[in-house]
Design a protein. Structure first.
Length: 215
């Protein structure tokens, strides 16, 4: 591919990656969007730092999903392994060319080109990072206040006497409200409860190094 003409807010990058890890990152991204989760919300469900998934989806970042995340992702999405992991790729590695654009809202856009067997590059995918807390796809059947009040009820009932993962709490909310609930409303509820002063939900990590929530 010929060297592109870049604007002041663009950079170009050429490198090689593992094809399996790379394909998995973007199969998961497609599934995430289809299920109505932002990158930060999927990070919460995985039990990781809010920027974890954003970093995985950033083609210039070295972070990729760990082997231990695979089964967890299957549970989150209720999907089959081939939907997020293709282990029969013809190439072990991909040669990539990426154009990164810094946007005015502090997000970044990426154009990812993959070099084919003939040496020619073809657009693999292009996307722009989501601003923090922006919703994706499905609407929540419950409002932020409804979710906060429900979590307060769970506190009163002793639900958090044993540590709960973000995924467990999300599924409890979905079952209660009988429909999709934005994970962001759950994390926002934690902050609102903390501001109330008399109640709080503690955050720690379990043996799998995932965040859990308890009294």
């Amino acid at each position: 591919m010929n060297k592109p003409e870049l604007t002041e807010n663009q950079t170009a990058h050429y490198f090689t990656v593992s094809s399996i890890d790379f394909e998995k990152s973007y199969k998961v991204m497609d599934m995430r969007i289809a299920k109505g989760f932002s990158d930060r919300e999927l990070s919460f469900l995985l039990g990781y730092h809010p920027l974890y998934v954003r970093d995985v989806e950033n083609p210039l970042h070295s972070k990729r999903y760990k082997a231990r995340d695979t089964n967890y992702l299957l549970h989150i999405f209720n999907c089959t392994l081939p939907e997020i992991l293709d282990d029969k790729l013809e190439e072990l590695t991909y040669k990539l060319f990426v154009v990164a654009t810094s946007n005015a809202d502090e997000t970044k856009s990426y154009e990812i080109f993959r070099e084919g067997p003939n040496g020619k590059s073809k657009l693999f995918r292009s996307f722009t990072e989501l601003p923090a807390f922006k919703a994706v796809g499905l609407k929540s059947v419950a409002s932020p206040i409804m979710v906060k009040d429900f979590i307060l009820d769970l506190l009163d009932e002793g639900y958090f006497s044993e540590p709960k993962t973000g995924l467990e709490l999300f599924r409890t909310c979905v079952e209660h409200f009988k429909g999709h609930v934005r994970p962001f409303f759950i994390t926002n509820a934690f902050k609102l409860i903390h501001k109330m002063g008399d109640r709080d939900i503690k955050v720690s990590k379990n043996e799998m190094k995932r965040f859990v929530y308890s009294e």
